[in-house]
Design a protein. Structure first.
Length: 344
């Protein structure tokens, strides 16, 4: 059976070899089209292969096990050797850039409020030996490590962003993925700012960050200057289910939302009224399936709300928001809802 099959194949191959010159001479246009089609297939396959990106999304079990391992480490000898403790790595990202961007209301500037709340949350998290905390900037400048990363890896960030976009576009084109339309309209950002956001995500992936929290305050367009708008409340944006970091992010976000809801109202903006908002387009939380960490963006409230209008009220609100966020993280990692509040 094998011998006859092989003989048949040899005969067909010989006929093709001897007939090839005659076919090329008598049917040149058809041969050119066939060659072009073959070339497109090969080049297309090569192009797709070039844009395949390695993904390592955090799982719920992985993060909770890491938290538990840190607890066990602290009860043994490795508690004396901090580097042996597998701490949960959290990156806090105060929204917008040093000195640039964000909404404003009267004398309030969102970009500065974001830093103030970030600092409050970082202070609480840093008192907990389970966590290793990183922040991206202060009021005046980027974290030195990130600043150097942007400078040294700008071309690589551009390439990675493009490859990620092409990979997602390809998956959609072949029917392996679909993306819903965003429920809320977001402002477009300049290319350099978008690339820095992608750069933060790329850095987080490369440095084994487990949880990323982008900190913002909200506003609505077109209300009169210094006149409060009609919307209020917090919302947490999470990646849509088509992205690899979606499931874990939603679990963390739900725990944080449950804590915030005890002290603050959920947004009454129609697209945010569920409290947890599926979002396909926000770069911060992993647009184009770029983020490995559980990545969320929290709009802690609308900038014109009463609790932000005096220094005393704002500081009190920020302490509560930071503490609620911390307790929500503990609820996710340990499931213990009886944690004593850790105001500072």
């Amino acid at each position: 059976m094998f011998s006859s099959t092989r003989a048949y194949f040899v005969v067909v191959l010989c006929l093709f070899i001897f007939a090839a010159p005659w076919i090329a001479t008598n049917y040149p246009n058809q041969v050119d089209r066939l060659a072009g089609t073959f070339e497109n297939i090969v080049m297309g396959a090569a192009s797709q292969a070039a844009t395949v990106i390695f993904h390592n999304p955090r799982t719920i079990t992985e993060l909770q096990t890491k938290y538990t391992s840190t607890t066990l480490a602290m009860s043994g000898r490795s508690a004396l050797v901090p580097e042996l403790q597998p701490k949960v790595r959290i990156l806090l990202v105060p929204g917008h850039e040093p000195g640039i961007g964000g909404t404003e209301f009267g004398a309030l500037k969102e970009r500065n409020m974001n830093v103030e709340l970030t600092n409050d949350l970082a202070k609480i998290l840093e008192t907990d030996s389970h966590f290793q905390v990183f922040t991206t900037r202060d009021d005046d400048s980027w974290n030195q490590t990130l600043s150097a990363y942007f400078k040294d890896n700008w071309a690589a960030i551009k390439t990675w962003q493009k490859d990620s976009h092409n990979e997602m576009k390809h998956l959609i084109s072949i029917g392996s993925s679909t993306l819903p339309v965003s429920k809320v309209i977001h402002n477009k950002v300049p290319t350099n700012i978008a690339l820095r956001l992608y750069g933060i995500t790329k850095w987080a992936n490369e440095n084994a960050i487990d949880v990323v929290i982008h900190i913002h305050f909200n506003d609505i367009p077109n209300h009169k200057a210094n006149v409060p708008g009609k919307n209020k409340g917090f919302a947490i944006y999470v990646p849509v289910g088509q992205y690899a970091n979606s499931t874990t992010t939603k679990a963390v976000a739900n725990a944080v939302s449950n804590r915030l809801e005890k002290d603050f109202s959920i947004s009454n903006l129609p697209g945010e009224s569920s409290g947890i908002v599926d979002e396909p387009d926000l770069i911060a939380i992993g647009a184009n399936n770029t983020a490995d960490a559980a990545s969320m963006l929290i709009e802690y409230g609308y900038i014109y709300e009463p609790q932000f209008q005096t220094t005393t009220k704002r500081e009190e609100a920020f302490r509560t928001m930071a503490n609620d966020t911390y307790l929500g993280l503990l609820d996710f990692f340990s499931g213990d809802v009886r944690i004593t509040p850790r105001y500072f």
